[in-house]
Write a protein that binds this ligand. Structure first.
Ligand code: 7TS
Length: 389
């Protein structure tokens, strides 16, 4: 039988069967609208409360803070940027947003849209380590800065940004701080209090929950004009009937993800490192970013002389799913933007392959992947016009 090895967990993850089992009764049995006054509505209140408790605990939010359910992190990110625009920029109080040049398009494209409305946006360039320094943020802040938005971990490289230091600077300067923590949850500890975060986005399907549900953490006292106006759901902060089974699933996925943080750090990192070490033995193979500064599951690897898409094709034929970078951008065959920013030459920047593991991968799968990868490199370099010529 054809193997099916999934190494694209930064794009999405399998729903944990335990999460699915907990969600199941809320489709055909307990399907009430929690806003209804009858039993069908009220009987879903306790499991919803339980799910929220798991989310609060997972990111160390305080009781007085808000965690608002959204449809995905893209919505959460749009809400932050457009909310800040409505609250602080359109009102003439501020006119400036600071972000990085390697954010996911859910932040990057929204910032470019806001620029078209006259907002000044600073895209901080990343350094050779693939991240930014907190000092870059300090230097970029002006009296008219409304918001700093910096991702917790990059989806392509897995590199972790200095969120605690940036949070401290923003708090000191009185500037709102948002972080897109989509690639951090379940991979490294996320603590909103410790990091002085005001706003934080996440998406359930990146940590073995269902797709199409995410959340925005809003620190107590931070005003944010809603993106979706309507009924009084979520205390009027985000209207739309609550997706009960998915909320229950996201809560459980968060709880399990936190329980697995040590496993992630020890076992998944060991498998990832084994894969990297084996591939690094091959000539002209490079791994992007210092291991000690990356989330444990991610490798962005570059194989000189082989287009990322060609490698992807060979892996796919052997049943291995990887990515050339972000699936959101993989149709336009562009050089990997993170690698360009790190300073890789253009040819090398076209060779990037992202392998991202999860707790459902096994050592046998990694051993098989090493074998397939090595054969693919040999085959493709033999027919490559640009390598070894
Ligand atoms: N932010 C980051 C950092 C992401 O990695 C992604 C998805 C999103 C936001 C959007 O999440 P969504 O649930 O709203 O879609 N990233 C990727 C990726 O790296 N490959 O495919 C999707």
């Amino acid at each position: 039988m054809q193997k099916r090895i999934y190494l694209d967990n930064n794009a999405t993850t399998m729903v944990d069967p335990k999460v699915k089992a907990l969600m199941d009764p809320y489709f055909c049995e307990h399907y009430g609208n929690p806003n209804s006054l009858h039993k069908f509505g009220t009987e879903v209140h306790p499991p919803i409360t339980e799910a929220f408790n798991k989310l609060y605990e997972g990111i160390n939010a305080r009781n007085e803070d808000d965690i608002i359910i959204t449809s995905c992190a893209t919505e959460s990110n749009n809400w932050v940027l457009k909310g800040v625009y409505f609250d602080l920029i359109r009102t003439g109080q501020k006119d400036h947003i600071i972000t990085t040049e390697v954010e996911h398009p859910a932040v990057g494209a929204t910032c470019r849209y806001l620029e078209s409305l006259g907002v000044k946006v600073t895209y901080l360039p990343i350094n050779q380590n693939g991240t930014i320094s907190a000092e870059q943020v300090r230097e970029a802040i002006t009296p008219s800065t409304a918001l700093v938005s910096v991702m917790w971990a990059n989806n392509e490289t897995g590199l972790i940004f200095p969120i605690e230091e940036i949070g401290a600077i923003c708090r000191e300067k009185g500037v709102l701080f948002h972080t897109d923590a989509v690639q951090a949850i379940g991979k490294v500890p996320v603590d909103v209090v410790r990091a002085n975060v005001d706003l934080l986005s996440f998406s359930a399907h990146k940590f073995h929950g269902p797709k199409g549900i995410g959340a925005l953490y809003i620190r107590s006292g931070v005003p944010l004009t809603p993106l979706l106006h309507g009924g009084e759901h979520m205390r009027g902060r985000r209207s739309g009937t609550l997706n009960v089974p998915f909320i229950i699933g996201m809560g459980e996925a968060m709880k399990i993800a936190c329980e697995y943080l040590d496993y992630e750090k020890e076992v998944i990192a060991r498998l990832r490192n084994k894969l990297e070490d084996a591939l690094l033995e091959i000539k002209d193979v490079f791994v992007i970013g210092d291991r000690s500064h990356r989330v444990p599951n991610t490798t962005l690897i570059s194989v000189r002389g082989i287009e990322g898409e060609a490698m992807l094709w060979d892996l796919n034929r052997a049943g291995i799913a990887a990515s050339t970078g972000s699936a959101c951008a993989s149709e336009d065959l562009e050089a990997n933007p993170v690698m360009v920013a790190i300073g890789a030459d253009k040819e090398l920047a076209h060779t990037a392959i992202r392998l991202s593991l999860s707790r459902f991968n096994t050592e046998e799968e990694i051993d098989y992947t090493i074998e397939v990868f090595k054969k693919a490199i040999q085959r493709l370099r033999n027919i490559s016009s640009s390598y070894g010529a």
